[in-house]
Design a binder for this molecule. Structure first.
Ligand code: NAP
Length: 462
């Protein structure tokens, strides 16, 4: 039996690693997800069958119940709400590790009086700290994302010093907790500090940095799970936790790089808070509007088009009509591709997922670094519901809160058409001077509705 369990754990671990590897390419991501899910199913069953107090019927009843809840939410959730859902997942992951650590601590008090296991004790302390921080931090991120609390940074004087004092207090009390394991006072203090630190490290971070924070909390939830693996002496949990911890930190780094920010800069918070008067009260932007007919003519006469999709495309669900636009352009031998900014939309890979859903082939989606030099030689750039990711202020205005974030060089194209409903700002809450550039034309209206009309105009031209 033990050998069978170890083999099951090995298979599960291999499936996790293969799954994560496949997740690195959009076209293989679904297969990666399925492989990892099978690995998790094997790991859960293999773990639970070793516990005599739970019958197989109970195990499958719980899996069915959990699976049904997961299926319900996964099919119901809107794409734009995925970051909130991930925040909740991370929070519950952290809470689970936190709860396991505490129950192990309190349930095994008698054992601890007889013999001390340093690995177990240190793992409990690590799990309480990281699990607790992940839980409350993720809940604050979730509340910020769904608007239940303000997305603006919440700061107070001496905040970072206070957080540092709390962390030092945690470490000092952890030593006492380690030496006095049967005294509930110390562990209770650690629980309170960990939960408080989670809240305090996320409140100063503004909404625009929330994706980075969620990715980091995802990494924390993995590390907490890894520590819990040591508590339970469960090897597959250690492997799964380390994979989540490592991949979360890699994604965090990729996202920071995409915003040209350091992780410390993100974590110290205040992004979006320092909008200076120069950034806000710049000269009024005077725009030129374009109608659907004229827009259709511009497409018809172009020989190269780059579409820059953004959050507004997701809101409008315009991806299918954009595919129709692409088909019409390709019929006319127009070179048509998409420029994908790493933080366009509201979650990593947001644009890729939506465009793939509309059956737009992956090779048409070009990453920022590969396409940025193509803009100056492009006849027409069509910006669909994107704003921050094409804002030249990121290059030109040191006082702008997005200064330094790499952007798509859409402004360098011969002509730019922007599809959006109004002069509404993007996620970072800043004006976009591109809309007033001489080569830029505004196509106002809901993206899906206006592009539908443009497509029908183009069809009428043939
Ligand atoms: P954005 O800067 O948030 O701008 C989206 C634009 O879409 C808005 O200006 C809005 O203007 C327009 N819009 C909304 N509904 C529309 C509709 N139905 N039809 C047409 N336009 C519509 O988007 P982005 O350029 O994609 O930039 C992403 C931003 O989100 C960045 O600041 C990034 O840091 C942040 N962020 C990214 C992630 C991630 O992981 N990708 C997660 C969270 C936050 P109107 O109101 O005038 O229509």
């Amino acid at each position: 039996m033990t050998i069978a369990i170890q083999i099951a754990y090995l298979i599960a671990s291999i499936l996790f690693i293969a799954g994560i590897k496949l997740l690195s390419k959009t076209k293989d991501a679904r297969r990666g997800n399925i492989l990892s899910s099978i690995g998790m199913f094997i790991a859960i069953v293999a773990t639970l069958v070793t516990i005599d107090s739970i019958s197989l019927v109970e195990i499958f009843a719980c899996i069915l119940l959990g699976g049904a809840i997961g299926l319900y939410y996964a099919t119901k959730v809107e794409m734009t709400k995925i970051p909130e859902m991930v925040a909740l997942f991370n929070g519950f992951g952290g809470l689970a590790s936190f709860a396991v650590a505490l129950s192990d601590h309190f349930l095994n008090t008698e054992v601890k009086m007889i013999e001390m296991d340093p690995v177990n004790s240190i793992s409990i302390l690590v799990s309480v700290l990281i699990g607790g921080v992940t839980f409350t931090g993720s809940m604050v991120a979730w509340l910020k994302l769904n608007g239940k609390i303000s997305g603006s940074p919440i700061t107070f004087k001496g905040q970072h010093a206070f957080n540092l004092v709390l962390l030092i207090a945690f470490l000092v009390i952890a030593v006492f907790a380690f030496l006095n394991q049967t005294d509930p006072f110390y562990i209770t203090m650690l629980v309170i500090i960990a939960l408080l630190v989670g809240v305090l490290i996320v409140i100063p971070i503004g909404g625009a940095d929330m994706p980075v924070v969620i990715s980091l909390l995802n990494s924390y939830s993995g590390m907490a799970a890894c520590a819990t693996g040591f508590i339970l002496n469960n090897k597959v949990l250690i492997v799964a936790g380390s994979l989540v911890g490592a991949s979360g930190i890699i994604l965090t780094q990729i996202m920071c790089k995409a915003m040209n920010r350091s992780l410390t800069n993100v974590l110290l918070g205040g992004f979006g808070q320092t909008v200076t008067s120069a950034a806000q009260d710049g000269p009024e932007i005077v725009v030129k509007e374009v109608g659907v007919e004229e827009a259709a003519m511009l497409f018809d006469s172009a020989s190269s088009v780059i579409v820059v999709p953004g959050y507004g495309m997701a809101v409008a669900q315009a991806q299918h009509v954009i595919r129709e636009l692409m088909e019409q352009c390709e019929k006319r031998n127009i070179d048509f591709k998409f420029a994908i900014h790493p933080v366009a939309g509201r979650m990593p890979g947001h644009m890729n997922v939506l465009l793939a859903e509309a059956n737009i082939s992956y090779d048409k989606l070009i990453e920022m670094e590969s396409i940025n030099d193509d803009f100056p030689n492009t006849d027409l750039v069509f910006i669909v519901g994107a704003n921050d990711v094409v804002n030249p202020a990121a290059r030109t205005n040191p006082q702008s809160p997005i200064f330094g974030m790499p952007i798509l060089n859409a402004d360098k194209a011969r002509t730019v058409i922007v599809s959006k409903r109004s002069m509404g700002k993007g996620y970072a809450g800043v004006e976009n001077e591109l809309f007033g550039y001489p080569n830029c034309l505004m196509l106002f209206g809901d993206a899906k509705q206006t592009i539908t009309k443009v497509v029908s105009e183009i069809k009428d031209m043939s």
